[in-house]
Design a protein around this ligand. Sequence first.
Ligand code: RB5
Length: 157
Amino acid sequence: MDRKDNPIIAIGSDHAAFELKEFLKPLLHSMGYSIDDVGTYNRESCDYPDYAEKVALAVIKGAGKVRGILSCGTGIGISIAANKVPGIRAALVTSEEAARVSRQHNDANILVLAGRPFDAAQVERMVKIWFSTDFEGGRHERRLEKIRALEKKYGGE
Ligand code: RB5
């Protein structure tokens, strides 16, 4: 991918994944991405839904030009929160295979990682795979349409 076509990365975490977020920023810079760090900016206790919302909105407003990375201690809470925002497909990735398939099949627009603990070498491999793998479309597009239908049917209360 040409560097000028690279999306901006909106990145956010709670306190439990602050170290992971700080590890990711130079890695993403070295991959040619611009970064929008929405916080948190220190290790003080905070609430992961606040950062899920900020990154999710940046991704939705960016209309394909912004992708997201989120993390909390387990990655679970912040995934649940981000996936409440219509149009968000936040994937909690714990292996290289999941990194690949979450792009190929799910067209995930937010990569979620667990911050406590994290393996730097594995995180780097998963991030590189996630950002270099394209959505396959085809039968997977039909399934994404069904997810959008679920959002319409049950969302908005
Ligand atoms: C914070 O202690 C922790 O609950 C949070 O980072 C996350 O793991 C929640 O899913």
